[in-house]
Design a protein around this ligand. Structure first.
Ligand SMILES: [Mg+2]
Length: 397
């Protein structure tokens, strides 16, 4: 861990709602809700009335009757995200994307060419405003955890630098909910014991926290309350392949529909991981294990790298279809998928036509929605055999 505060956490403010306000002047300064059924994003004017992401639209309208509700425009958000990440990559060679609208940037050793971390953060905020037209908040600290806390505290449209000698003075007065990993359940347990601030967590022995919260959560909170976070900004996760597999059990032959459902689940998961890492793949390999323990692989290499679920799925389905006589004969007990020949996202962009395929924007937004609402929240239309579109469940009030 560096001795200087040189990790930036950059996070767009109320991302979807800010894009709407950017593109439609009549929405500026007004409470704006992006959604339909549920709130996908709320402008700060709407948040001031208590409107929150994932709330039902009905509840949001009760809280803020003057809110203007607009439908999501997926492609615009995906385009804005691409440009924002281009600015991130121009700002620092080490960028670790966390989601569609936030990233860590490591700016150690850049003082001579770009100034202090604070100078770099000021410039980054100005560049995003100029090139993308959106407000972004940046937290700067020595650890990733603290940089993320700093940006959350500085929102909206802010900049907060936590110098190394002021870390605990900054951290300890904050409510425990600011600690990464403290959800409602953990917060309730701590509040029941009269613990409300990070400082009150910090005075407890690790063993005490473990007895309250369990081993993993106790150790985690103890470390964070003392600002111990050794994680590096991982901008160079250069993995050669990613893979996953599903055991199918040894009993009874599987129907083609059941095999396809397993394949879809694998593709969904890996394509999401690929995009989260901002990579693309060219080679898709199906791994099969049969009831007699023999194995086979089938693979196909695409002309261009892709991170699109639909492209990976259709290739995987062709590979599975080609193997189906063997599967029928020997019985399949394990289905695996590996994505290899990984490229970075920039290479993919060059290969794309000017007008990006709508599947690409759809994937990005589905990932974002799943990250926010949980993996089960959004069902890809292909699973339902319906027309492409978003299926967003109604959440309880
Ligand atoms: Mg954000």
């Amino acid at each position: 861990v560096s001795k200087a505060s040189a990790i930036l956490h950059a996070d767009l403010d109320a991302f979807y709602a800010s894009v709407e306000q950017r593109d439609e002047p009549r929405l500026r300064g007004r409470p704006v809700i992006v959604g339909g059924g549920v709130v996908l994003a709320a402008s700060y004017e709407a948040k001031a009335h208590g409107v929150r992401t994932a709330m039902s639209e009905r509840r949001a309208r009760e809280l803020c009757p003057s809110a203007i509700v607009v439908p999501p425009r997926i492609r615009q958000y995906a385009d804005a995200s691409k440009t924002v990440f281009e600015v991130f990559r121009r700002t620092s060679p080490v960028v670790e994307g966390l989601s569609i609208d936030e990233a860590f940037l490591d700016v150690r050793g850049m003082a001579r060419i770009a100034g202090s971390p604070e100078d770099i953060a000021v410039g980054l905020r100005r560049d995003i405003r100029e090139h993308v037209g959106l407000p972004i908040t940046v937290g700067v600290a020595r650890t990733k955890f603290l940089a993320k806390v700093a940006s959350a505290v500085a929102k909206p449209d802010g900049l907060l630098v936590v110098p190394p000698n002021a870390e605990l003075a900054f951290l300890h007065p904050l409510p425990i909910e600011r600690l990464w990993g403290v959800g409602p359940a953990t917060a309730t347990k701590l509040h029941e014991r009269g613990i409300a601030t990070v400082g009150e967590v910090a005075v407890l022995a690790e063993a005490t926290l473990i007895s309250m919260l369990g081993r993993a959560a106790g150790r985690h909170l103890h470390a964070l309350a003392h600002n111990r976070d050794p994680r590096r900004v991982d901008g160079a996760r250069r993995r050669r392949s990613i893979g996953a597999q599903r055991a199918l059990g040894r009993s009874s032959p599987k129907s083609p529909a059941a095999l396809d459902a397993n394949l879809v689940a694998l593709v969904e998961r890996l394509a999401h991981r690929l995009r989260a890492a901002r990579r693309g793949c060219r080679t898709i390999t199906l791994r099969l294990r049969f009831a007699d323990f023999s194995r086979a692989t089938r693979s196909h290499t695409l002309a261009e790298a892709t991170a699109q679920t639909q492209t990976i799925l259709s290739t995987s389905r062709r590979l599975l279809a080609a193997a189906s006589p063997t599967i029928r004969r020997r019985g399949l007990t394990l289905l695996g998928l590996a994505l290899a020949n990984l490229d970075d996202d920039r290479a993919i962009q060059l290969a794309l036509p000017f007008e990006r395929d709508r599947d690409d924007a759809l994937d990005t937004t589905l990932d974002e929605l799943r990250d926010r609402f949980g993996a089960g929240a959004i069902t890809r239309a292909v699973l339902l055999g319906r027309d492409p579109g978003l299926t967003v469940p109604l959440l309880p009030d």
